[in-house]
Design a binder for this molecule. Structure first.
Ligand SMILES: *[C@@H]1O[C@H](CO)[C@@H](O)[C@H](O)[C@H]1NC(C)=O
Length: 285
């Protein structure tokens, strides 16, 4: 159960002194939590695979809970006819008023593009969906999906290119995830009632098992344990820039370009959905 923490700037100062990079090993950093053998750790902990068949999907979660971090993972998604499959990769705390930062990859029939779905929940409230196409085939090779989460902002990136930023707008009354520690979760499951082309295309079980692969997990993060945040790590390499990181002008321009060319849904422009007015963070500058 993620506790609530009293966050102070002295904590940030201490964190910045000890934050360190940690190159991952799946045995050390994750537990396969469901799927009865369908999730596997391979190559001495360097690779993890999840699979889905008609009977079940599978999933894993991090052993650690994190309170802020820069978390990178490489994923290679279900190839071929992946219609109806959903690969979810996200950070989440627990409980009704939970915080969550989501990447979800919605499969498609062969040759048709995946949808990358993103969302941010704070204090149990989500509804902040933005969806994208990718500028490459995410099933042909591994690509890096990153979440930067610090007290000022959340940045979603793909291969180092920011695609979405959710800023801390507590000053105008929008809750921001900053006091509940989160675990990393991933699962591969079937959602053919809604995922592909609005549920019209069903999963082709003759192509099962469906498999997604993970490698090169890397966390520059503060670990939350026994009511304390410890930003120290076993790794010698120190890198604390993420704690105050923001997008420079070039990265912002690049993000705008991605959003203009690859964004296919944005809750912030969905006026039909919000007839009383768009959410506050959408119109704030
Ligand atoms: C699948 O492909 C169709 C046709 O290109 C597209 O409309 C749809 O958004 C794609 N993705 C999903 C998840 O349905």
């Amino acid at each position: 159960m993620a506790g609530s923490v009293g966050f102070t700037y002295s904590f940030l100062l201490i964190a910045s002194l000890f934050a360190a990079a940690s190159a991952g090993n799946f045995y050390r950093d994750f537990d396969i939590t469901w799927g009865d053998g369908r999730g596997k750790i391979l190559n001495n902990g360097q690779m993890l695979t999840l699979s889905l068949d008609k009977a079940s999907g599978s999933g894993f979660q991090s052993k650690n809970e994190y309170l802020f971090g820069r978390i990178d993972m490489q994923l290679k998604l279900v190839p071929g006819n992946s219609a109806g499959t959903v690969t979810a990769y996200y950070l989440s705390s627990q409980g009704a008023a939970h915080d969550e930062i989501d990447f979800e990859f919605l499969g498609n029939v062969s040759g048709q593009p995946y949808t990358l779905h993103t969302n941010v929940f704070s204090e149990g409230k989500g509804g902040r969906e933005q969806q994208f196409r990718l500028w490459f085939d995410p099933t042909a090779d591994f690509h890096t999906y990153s979440i930067l989460w610090n007290p000022q902002r959340i940045i979603f990136s793909v291969d180092g290119t920011a695609i979405r930023e959710f800023k801390n707008f507590e000053s105008i009354g929008v809750p921001f995830p900053k006091s509940q520690a989160m675990r990393i979760y991933s699962s591969l499951w079937n959602a053919d009632d809604w995922a592909t082309q609005g549920g019209r295309v069903k999963t082709d079980w003759s192509k099962a098992p469906f498999t997604a692969s993970y490698r090169n997990f890397n966390a520059n993060a503060c670990i939350w344990s026994n009511g304390k945040s410890s930003c120290s790590s076993t790794s010698a390499s120190r890198n604390n820039a993420w704690l105050t990181e923001e997008l420079d002008t070039t990265s912002q321009a690049r993000m705008k370009w991605v959003q203009k060319n690859y964004m296919i849904y944005n809750y912030c422009t969905d006026k039909q959905r919000f007839p009383q007015g768009l959410p506050k963070e959408c119109t704030a500058l």
